[in-house]
Design a protein around this ligand. Structure first.
Ligand SMILES: *[C@@H]1O[C@H](CO)[C@@H](O)[C@H](O)[C@H]1NC(C)=O
Ligand SMILES: *[C@@H]1O[C@H](CO)[C@@H](O)[C@H](O)[C@H]1NC(C)=O
Length: 626
């Protein structure tokens, strides 16, 4: 209870301070009060988690769910299409599944199980069934195939895979390899068309729905592994981030911290294999006893219809999702909905403003945090565009720093003593968070090398260790925190850092652009990387080189205006709508290879002109100046 003691001392000190400082001078310490209130809420939430998990036996998120199932059995937990599942329904179904898995398959406590499922109610009762058996759940991304799938299973030491019949093709593709690796595969369906894969639903349906004896979870503690959630990063194979029982509970309380209530209906279109959908959305419902409306896939055109149909009061978002919503044609009933709060991350200030203007006064709870990260921020002040505040109280709890980063060398700048250098207010820096008992970093399963790579040592003093977030942030003079970019999403050109997301936000304002993805490509003989934009045009629109030239010249610094443009029919995105840059960067700007129309920023003609093989050759020969 170190945290508790420190928190109480700090709070007591501050209350004293507030009493001593006469109210007339309070405006001299702007935000002191909101900072304090936010800190108080965080301490309360974290004390609640600790208190629960320190009990013998510990109260885990599963117990919190079961408590709601006992008190409010008939409250809907899940809505999916026309189906409704109450807390009691899900409790019973997960009992059946746990029994089938334990007795029929002989699953032992602690044995990791892979789930390969799309967004559907099955996901939720399977999660609870595994929790009841004390088995960590490895949440596989349902877009992962082949070698990457095999790697993901191996990282979490999965020996049993539960898959959806919808993913039959993906399962069959790797089945021989999985069988070779000693992994048993089952479908969570009534029948199986695949030889060697049993359908488990009949066994589950036949099992008793009585609660399981508690000995399965006898070994569970705050630090037990509850889940593995895969993070893709910008390159390479998926990494399995370890989610402990404590982390699970802390993340599931985020909704409550933002004001989620038992009577709320939360709408989740984000994939359940990531922490936002599963832990904050579904987990948030477990925590407060609310209802979750699940949708298989986000649809911009159905979004508000669904909100009206299911009486949704809270939506979950990522920034791109909000942008898609703002891009839909305006409708007279845009403001007819009961949504009071939006919970998510990655919302840029322009979209944030536009969203509020168009869809009405929705309170936006923007947070920042990585699945595997050891701390984060929440916007608790309502400052548009900010992800939170560098609150001195929070800092005492989770010591973080923004340090100077060399984008080109892709590493932190170090001084003559070999230590990192703090940035000044208003300067962009790499966010690092100290690894302590309160803010532990559990790393990635089965990959100590990748775990070590996320740890930055000798930051402020020799021998210390910080979690490297890989994100560039800015803290302004009023201590508001703004997200800038992922480290890999910033490139350097003409000695300047170009933040791709900022360029994207600017280009998205062009009237013929539907979607845009900005990245840097290598040009032989040039330092750094040169800006390129992949663009999807609005239906019926065409690319207008001259006006695009004028617009970029007026709105962007010259080093940030893309030199190359590539027109695509669709832009490749991940399951959480993040744009994929890897392949685009690799393909570069060679018109001999790329079939899409390519354009080149021609300063003489003051326009973007088609990039033909001759121009390309001239660039390579350095006859054409970029
Ligand atoms: C939504 O609210 C209306 C009015 O309160 C009610 O009639 C309707 O049944 C509700 N719909 C759902 C899906 O809960
Ligand atoms: C975040 O900022 C928005 C400003 O639009 C505000 O409405 C919302 O309440 C803030 N979030 C929290 C948790 O206070």
């Amino acid at each position: 209870m170190v945290l508790g003691a420190v928190a109480v001392a700090v709070l007591a000190g501050l209350v004293l301070l507030l009493l001593l400082v006469p109210p007339v001078t309070w405006h001299l310490v702007p935000f002191l009060w909101v900072d304090l209130v936010a800190f108080g809420a965080l301490v309360r939430s974290s004390l609640r988690c600790q208190w629960r998990l320190n009990r013998r036996p510990p109260i885990t998120l599963l117990d919190v769910f079961r408590d709601h199932a006992r008190r409010q059995p008939h409250q809907p937990l899940l809505r999916f299409q026309e189906e409704v599942y109450t807390y009691e329904d899900v409790e019973r179904q997960s009992n059946r599944a746990a029994r089938a898995l334990g007795q029929h398959l002989g699953l032992q406590p602690g044995q990791p199980v892979g789930v390969f499922l799309p967004n559907e109610p099955t996901y939720v009762w399977t999660w609870l069934a595994l929790a009841k058996l004390g088995c960590p759940m490895a949440c596989l991304n349902c877009n992962v195939r082949g070698q990457a799938l095999r790697h993901a299973l191996a990282a979490a030491r999965v020996t049993l895979l539960l898959a959806s019949l919808d993913l039959q093709a993906a399962v069959e593709e790797v089945l021989p390899a999985l069988q070779h690796d000693g992994i048993r595969v089952f479908y969570l369906s009534s029948t199986s068309p695949t030889p060697g894969v049993e359908a488990l639903l009949p066994t589950i349906k036949a099992a008793s729905d009585e609660p399981l004896p508690s000995h399965h979870r006898a070994g569970t503690t705050a630090s037990s592994k509850a889940m593995y959630i895969y993070t893709s990063g910008t390159t390479g194979l998926p990494k399995a981030a370890v989610i402990t029982e404590k982390k699970l509970m802390m993340v599931a309380s985020l909704g409550r911290l933002c004001g989620l209530r038992p009577d709320d209906v939360i709408y989740t279109t984000l994939p359940l294999y990531h922490s936002a959908g599963l832990l904050i959305g579904v987990g948030g419902c477990f925590e407060v006893g609310a209802t979750c409306v699940l949708r298989a896939k986000f649809s911009a055109s159905q979004f508000w219809n669904d909100c009206r149909r299911y009486n949704v009061s809270v939506i979950q978002y990522v920034g791109e999702l909000m942008r898609y919503l703002c891009n839909t044609p305006k409708r007279p009933n845009d403001r007819e909905h009961g949504v009071r709060m939006a919970l998510g991350n990655g919302l840029r200030a322009e979209v944030w403003k536009e969203f509020l203007q168009r869809f009405g006064p929705i309170s936006i709870c923007e947070f920042y945090g990585a699945t595997e990260g050891n701390a984060g921020f929440i916007n608790y002040t309502g400052k548009i565009g900010a992800v939170g505040r560098a609150n001195m109280f929070l800092k005492s709890f989770a010591p973080f720093e923004l340090i100077k980063y060399n984008v080109e060398a892709d590493e932190p700048v170090r001084d003559e003593r070999g230590l990192c250098i703090r940035v000044r207010p208003g300067e962009t820096g790499l966010l690092v968070i100290k690894i302590t008992k309160n803010t532990p970093f559990h790393g990635y399963a089965g990959d100590s090398q990748k775990t070590e790579k996320k740890i930055l040592r000798d930051v402020l003093v020799k021998g210390d260790a910080f979690f490297n977030s890989g994100d560039l942030l800015v803290i302004d003079h009023e201590k508001f925190v703004y997200f800038q970019d992922r480290v890999g999403d910033t490139f350097r050109w003409k000695g300047e850092n170009v933040a791709t997301t900022e360029v994207e936000a600017t280009l998205a304002m062009v009237d013929f652009i539907q979607e845009v993805n900005v990245y840097g490509v290598s040009v032989p003989g040039c330092e750094g990387r040169c800006g390129m934009a992949a663009i999807r045009l609005k239906a019926g629109a065409s690319f207008e080189g001259e006006s695009f030239y004028t617009f970029t010249g007026d709105t962007l610094p010259s080093y940030a205006a893309p030199r190359f443009v590539r027109i695509q029919d669709t832009l490749e995105i991940t399951g959480t709508f993040k744009q994929c840059k890897g392949n685009l960067v690799k393909e570069g700007f060679d018109p001999n290879v790329i079939k899409d129309p390519l354009f080149f920023r021609d300063d003489k003609k003051k326009s973007y002109v088609p990039l033909n093989p001759d121009t390309y050759a001239a660039i390579l020969d350095m006859k054409l100046n970029l």
